[in-house]
Each structure stands twice: as C-alpha cells, then as structure tokens.
Design a protein around this ligand. Sequence first.
Ligand SMILES: NC(=O)c1ccc[n+]([C@@H]2O[C@H](COP(=O)([O-])OP(=O)(O)OC[C@H]3O[C@@H](n4cnc5c(N)ncnc54)[C@H](OP(=O)(O)O)[C@@H]3O)[C@@H](O)[C@H]2O)c1
Length: 276
Amino acid sequence: MTQSTQHLIIGATGKTGTRVLENLREKGFSAKGASRQGDVHFDWNDEKTWASALNGVDSVYLTYYPDLAIPKAPEDISRFCALAKIRGVSHITLLSGRGEPAAQVCENIVKQSGLSWTVVRASWFNQNFSEGMFRDYILNGRIALPVDHMPEPFVDIDDIAEIVVESLTDDKHNGQLYEVTGPELLSFKAVADTFSRVLNKPVVFEQISLEAFQQGLESAGADKGAIEALTYLFTEVLDGRNAHTCEGIPQALGRPAKSFDDFVRDNAHWFEGVKK
Ligand SMILES: NC(=O)c1ccc[n+]([C@@H]2O[C@H](COP(=O)([O-])OP(=O)(O)OC[C@H]3O[C@@H](n4cnc5c(N)ncnc54)[C@H](OP(=O)(O)O)[C@@H]3O)[C@@H](O)[C@H]2O)c1
C-alpha cells in the first residue's frame, strides 16, 4: 500500500470507524468514510448505495451493523465482496465478533473472496461503557444487565483501530486473523468496581432478567436489530466460550493490550456527572 491508496471506511461514524478514519488521515493516507450519515452515503439496506461508495477504492475497512450474526449478514457480505472485487478493490479488513459461529461464516466469505484480507475478531469493547449504549449505566451509577459472574476480556478500541490502520497500510498483516482481547478477564461486577475505584464514585452491578433488559432497551429507543443482537450476545455468546484472553494485540502491534483501569482513567471525561 502507498500514500496514494484510497481507503474506504464502512461505519465511519461509529466507534472504531471514526478512529480508523482519523488515524489514516493523520498519517497522510487518503480515506473516505461511509455510512448512512457519513460523507459517502452507504446503507446495508440499500444495495444501490454500495457501488458508488466503492468508486476508486483500493482497500476497505468493513464493519457490519448491527452484527455479523444476523441472518442476512452472510448474503450482504458475500454480495459486497463480489462487488468490491469487480470494482478493483485489493484488500478488505473485516471487524468480526468473538465466539460467534455466524460471524465466522462471514469471516470465511471474506477469506475466500479472492481479495487480500485481514480479520480482527474482537471481544466486547471497553468503549461500550463510554461512547456506547452502556454509558448511561455509569452515569447513573448502576450497571443492570442479564448476566451473572461470567467474565469477559473487554478490549480497547484504540488498540483495534491501530491494528486496522496497520492492516490497511502494511502488507505484512495480509492473511492474518487477529483475535483481540484486553489483557484481563473481568466480570461485570468487576467492571462496576473498577469504575467506582478509578472514578472515586459508586457504580454498582445488578443482575436483571432478560425481559427487563429488553424492555429497558426498547424504552431507550434501541432498534429491533440491536435488541436482537444484544439478546443473542447475552443469552448465547456470554456462556463462558469467550472467558479467556487472546494475544492478537501483542501479535499485531508488538506491545501489550491496554488495561481496563487505563481505559477508565483515560476516559474519565466521559463520566463527568456520575451520581455520588
Ligand atoms: N460493540 C462491541 O462490543 C463489539 C464487539 C465486537 C464486534 N463488534 C462489531 O462491531 C460492529 C459495530 O458495532 P458497534 O455497536 O460498536 O457500532 P457503532 O459504534 O454503533 O457504529 C455503527 C456504525 O454503523 C453505521 N450503520 C448503522 N446502520 C447502518 C446501515 N444500515 N448501513 C450502513 N451503516 C450503518 C453507523 O453509522 P450511521 O448511523 O451513520 O449509518 C455507525 O457508523 C458490529 O458489526 C459489531 O458486531 C462490536
């Protein structure tokens, strides 16, 4: 890849997409951002928008919404890859989810597309608690979720964005699958305790029923797809299959993954207003 390579970031207004777009531009690479509200109009539900988004594009950061586990994802990813190939794209970096067999179907579609590829298979993002739909839990001092003590190795998306940018700009990441996690396993109670300790403000954890969780999401205005994806994650994926850390970040970047403590410390500005 050279400085003149044109990168397309799908989901450019989202948590990882924003960072990838900014990092590429800061490094002097040419990149355009696509989504329903992005500079380039792109909608997974309107295939007519895909071809024009791919005009002149050499490499793509591919994020899907709401989740690669939804039934129509394989068909969308397959059609997108075929179109990308026809339009002259040479490389795709796919953001995938850990422990999701359906997401792995999509990974295989990208791997077998005939294009050069990198897969970043991620655990739960730290930033779900700062920039995502769990932020209100921290602001209100109560994390209420349908989960018990099951731990998760939450990952920081600054690390993910760094790997994605590397993969789009350095051929040595071609053909690599990086399973990326944070450096430690944390239960949601341990997450609440970490927020309490680092922010010096009380945040408690409470296990609630799935029904209460779904009702809360509905009242908060979450769309149907997002509610289904979260239900799948809490009822199926969070069963212990992901309760171990992986070395994807040290493998890709040659340094340790960022810790949850450091995430909370560096993102304290997101939580101003937490109730005492
Ligand atoms: N969050 C996690 O913990 C986590 C962990 C592992 C993997 N992932 C994966 O990461 C991906 C992003 O998830 P997220 O919740 O973190 O996303 P997010 O930050 O909320 O960003 C979602 C992005 O998708 C775009 N988008 C939404 N609907 C779209 C549509 N119909 N067509 C085109 N673009 C659309 C949004 O922009 P517009 O609104 O402008 O369209 C936005 O840029 C998902 O595939 C998810 O499975 C997430």
